[in-house]
Design a protein around this ligand. Structure first.
Ligand code: PEP
Length: 248
């Protein structure tokens, strides 16, 4: 039985001086049966870690560099995240792939480093509208998985989370239907079975992300292959608590 996981992706939205306010609003998230993670901007991480200290809420980052240290002006390493007690990191979000040229090769290096530093990756994959309309989205997602997970062992990937995030559903208010989301989450599981084995596929957690809110979450999370959600806009408001409830 897989434990569901609901993660908020705060993106570049919350000022450090407002972090406590948002954490306090979301503090009552029910973490009895599921994992709840807040992926905050780098500058909010310290505050988020200290204000959730006595709870089961986990704090994650939204990106990191694959090198440990050195002359990489403006970058943050997984080593640094580990040093301040970060448990999760989103890797390969479509916004990173699109605006910051995070290629599959670079995402693969980031995944390898995250595992090395005991940080659980939330790997994002998903197609754009053109690929969906062309009907080639499954091939595209499979290629992303093959490239991103290259050389990574089944022991390592067992702990990771994969988020299916169709780009056409992110921030648009047009969530995938539960059937569309289930189709691809189930397909991702079958790719993991093919790349690794049945046990690994059965145990890995696969989220859906893209315009999830308090009203559509229950139906999405009721599908057998959807193990929770990666939530953007709705993670910045009280609605997030309803999404967490929907996963219980
Ligand atoms: C995201 O960016 O990961 C996301 C799912 O955003 P939203 O929930 O706002 O669509």
């Amino acid at each position: 039985m897989r434990k569901k996981i609901v993660a908020g992706n705060w993106k570049m939205n919350i000022l450090p001086s407002k972090t406590n306010e948002l954490i306090n609003l979301l503090m009552s998230a029910n973490t009895d049966k599921i994992d709840v993670v807040y992926c905050t901007p780098f500058v909010d991480l310290h505050t988020a870690i200290s204000s959730t200290k006595n709870t089961n809420i986990k704090i994650g980052a939204q990106n990191a560099h694959f090198e440990d240290k050195g002359a990489y002006t403006g970058e943050i390493s997984f080593d640094m995240l580990n040093d301040i007690g970060i448990s999760y990191c989103i890797i390969g979000h479509s916004e990173r792939r699109t605006y910051f040229n995070d290629t599959d090769e670079c995402i693969n290096k980031k995944l390898i480093k995250a595992f090395d530093k005991n940080i659980t990756p939330i790997l994002c994959v998903g197609e754009n509208l053109d690929l969906r309309n062309a009907g080639t989205y499954k091939d595209f997602i499979k290629n992303q998985l093959v490239s991103d997970l290259k050389t990574i062992s089944k022991e390592k990937i067992a702990s990771m989370v994969i988020a299916y995030e169709p780009i056409w559903a992110i921030g648009t208010g047009l969530a995938a239907t539960s059937d569309q989301a289930e189709e691809i989450c189930s397909f991702i599981r079958s790719c993991i079975k093919e790349l690794y084995d049945a046990d690994t596929a059965e145990n890995i957690r696969i989220q859906y992300g893209g315009s999830v809110n308090g009203s559509n979450a229950k139906e999405l999370f009721s599908k057998p292959n959807i193990d929770g959600g990666l939530i953007g806009g709705a993670s910045l408001k009280e609605d997030f608590l309803k999404i967490v409830e929907a996963a219980l």
